[in-house]
Structure formats: C-alpha cells, structure tokens
Design a protein around this ligand. Structure first.
Ligand code: XIL
Length: 355
C-alpha cells in the first residue's frame, strides 16, 4: 500500500472510533456482556505465527478451522486419517480458552482425489458414517458446534426440494442429510449440530428462493428426526446490499426452534471504488448494517468472520482483479484494525447494551 493510502486508511479508522471505547478494547471483550461469541476462521499457518496467534487470542472467543477439518485434509487416503493440523488448532484454542467450531463433515467440495474413484451407491453410506463417527468421536467434548452438512441447497439445480445435485445426493439421495445428522448426534451429543449455507443474507430474488428452500429443508429434517439444531448463515457479502427481509427469515428459523450462527462473514469490496480509504469505509458500513440487523433481536449466538486479516482472505486467491486487492476483513495486511473492526466492535457493544 502506498504510504499516503495507508495514512488515509488509518485516519479513517481513527475517525470511526467512538469516544467511550478504549482504543485497545477487543472484539470479544465488547461482545462478552451480551453472551455473544465472536471470532474467525483460522489456519494452521496463522496459529503458528506469533503475532497472528496473539491477535486470535486477543480478539476471538470462538474459532473455526478454515480448511484443516475438511474431508481432503483429514482423510488423505481411504484407509488413513490425519489429525495433526486439526489437533494443533484444538490444542491452541484450549490453551487460550477459545471455543471451536468444527467445519465440516459433509460437503460437495474438498473431497479427496480418491473419493470419486472409490465411492459408489453401495458404499457411500458407510463412507459417510465412518467419517462422521471417526472425526466427531476424535474431537468429542471439544467442539462447540459442528457444521454437519454444508451447502446442500442450490435452487439453480431445479429440483422441487431445492437440493443441490451433489455427489452425496447422487450416491445416497436426500436421506444423506438424515444419516449425517444422526451419526453426528450419536458420536457427540453435546456439540450443536448445524446446517451451514451461503446465499441467505442479502435480499434478492435468488436468495429469497434459497431462504424458502432452507426453511423447508429444516422442517423436513425435523419431520425425519434428523437433529439439526442450528443454522449457520455463512454471510459472504458483496458490496452494499439490502437486508430488509432478513428479520422475517430469522423469525421463521426461530419458530422452528433452530439456533442461529453467523459463520463465515466477510465483505467483498469489488464493487467499491479503488481508493483504499473509501473502500474501507464502505466495507465498514456493510459490517455495521449487517450486524445491526442480525443482532437486533439478540437471537444470533455467534459471529465469525472468514479470516481476521485481509492478507490471508480466501478472496485474495479467488479473485483476479484489474485494480486493487480484496480488503474484506477487520484487520489489514499488517494486522492493524480497519474501519470494519471499529464498526464490528461498536455493533457488539450495542448488542451488549440491549436487554
Ligand atoms: C474456502 C477456504 O477459505 C479456501 O482456503 C479453500 O481453498 C476453499 O474453501 N464456504 C465454505 C468454506 O463453507 O469452507 C470455504 O472456504 C468458503 C466458502
């Protein structure tokens, strides 16, 4: 970043700092009085980098492994599980009094290369339950909540039930969701079993269709005695979006007795001007609006961003922009707080003041 840009970004951050908040107050301190858990996805590299580990320990009351608990990471070969990196994360969290979300047990992505060669309709149930039994039992008692099934809905796949035509659906049928939730419940009755999904947060006709399909899916899971106890709303936001329909959606989920976590929050700044100070301010505005809406009813129990520092955001590898690099997270490349950090902290404090 140019020095001039860095200075103007820092000044913008200072301007957003409310007078009644000590400069050093952390996100988790601001959220603690309300009982809200706050944190981030983290990687093995980050927990092994002293400055980063310190940042996580200071800011987070909950973390989730960005990649190290996925199929590909934990099961390099059909007959081999490897927990080295995931265990390191859980040990780090335990040492620092941080809760851990498990992500994830069943997804159409991050399957190991051997999977498609070996899986067939005859062994797919066994492959799924064996993974869930082994992994959930391995971490039993150490996981706050498991993302049991990730991204099972895709209305674009044009099925009446809204389900994505994923390998699991193709191999087992819709029952795979019931199998997954039941297996997870058996292996760790104390973890909160979560259905995690994207494309629910901003209002749009496509997202509204997805909300409908997710509510229907949660109902269907209940009817089929699949213990889905929480909904993870991923919240990968892009640009400035309307959130007017969110309260109603949250109300519907609440009526089903399903708990809610914001699991993967970030704000893609691609639609915003390239000027860094402007962009950072606009990203902060989206954090503020979104968290204001989500936390208003005090129903959401946890807010996790998908990374803490822009430096390590998944969007840096995903996007190839003509100008500028993504700055979607609360801390910049040098681990300094950005306007988004102050906006988050202020919303957490507001939630703490509400009764
Ligand atoms: C992403 C990771 O951030 C990347 O590092 C990886 O290459 C691909 O997966 N929804 C999810 C997450 O549930 O698991 C994804 O994480 C981001 C979208």
């Amino acid at each position: 970043m140019l020095r001039r840009e860095f200075l103007s970004a820092s000044l913008a951050a200072l301007a957003l700092q409310p007078a009644d908040t000590p400069a050093e107050e952390s996100l988790k301190q601001a959220a603690a009085p309300s009982g809200l858990l706050v944190g981030s996805a983290v990687s093995y590299r980050e927990i092994n980098e002293a400055a980063f580990a310190q940042l996580i320990a200071r800011q987070c009351s909950i973390v989730v492994s960005e990649n190290d608990m996925k199929w590909k990471a934990l099961r390099p070969a059909p007959d081999k599980f490897d927990f080295t990196r995931a265990d390191a994360l859980v040990t780090f969290a335990e040492k620092n009094g941080i809760k851990v979300r498990g992500h994830n047990l069943c997804w159409h992505e991050a399957l190991p290369d051997w999977f498609s060669k070996i899986a067939n309709p005859d062994n797919a149930r066994e492959l799924l339950t064996n993974r869930i039994d082994t992994v959930v039992r391995h971490f039993k008692g150490k996981i706050h909540s498991w993302d049991v099934v990730n991204e099972a809905v895709d209305v674009k796949d044009m099925r009446a039930d809204g389900l994505r035509r994923s390998p699991w659906l193709n191999l087992i049928g819709p029952e795979y969701l019931v199998i997954a939730f039941r297996a997870a419940a058996k292996s760790d009755p104390d973890a909160i079993l979560t259905y995690n999904e994207y494309g629910l947060a901003p209002d749009s006709s496509q997202n509204e269709a997805k909300r409908r399909a997710v509510v229907a899916l949660l109902r269907w899971l209940k009817r089929n005695e699949a213990p889905a106890q929480a909904l993870g709303i991923q919240s990968h936001l892009k640009g400035k979006s309307p959130f007017a329909g969110l309260q109603h959606f949250l109300g519907e989920v609440r009526e089903l007795g399903v708990r809610v976590f914001v699991t993967e929050l970030d704000v893609n700044d691609e639609p915003f001007p390239v000027d860094i100070a402007t962009r950072d301010r606009m990203v902060a505005g989206v954090y503020r609006d979104y968290l204001h809406t989500m936390l208003e009813e005090r129903y959401v129990e946890a807010v996790l961003t998908w990374g803490l520092s822009d430096r390590d955001s998944w969007l840096r590898h995903r996007e190839n922009r003509a100008a500028g690099v993504p700055r979607p997270l609360p801390f910049d490349d040098r681990l300094q707080p950005k306007p988004a950090f102050f906006a988050m902290r202020e919303e957490f404090k507001k939630a703490s003041r509400r009764d």
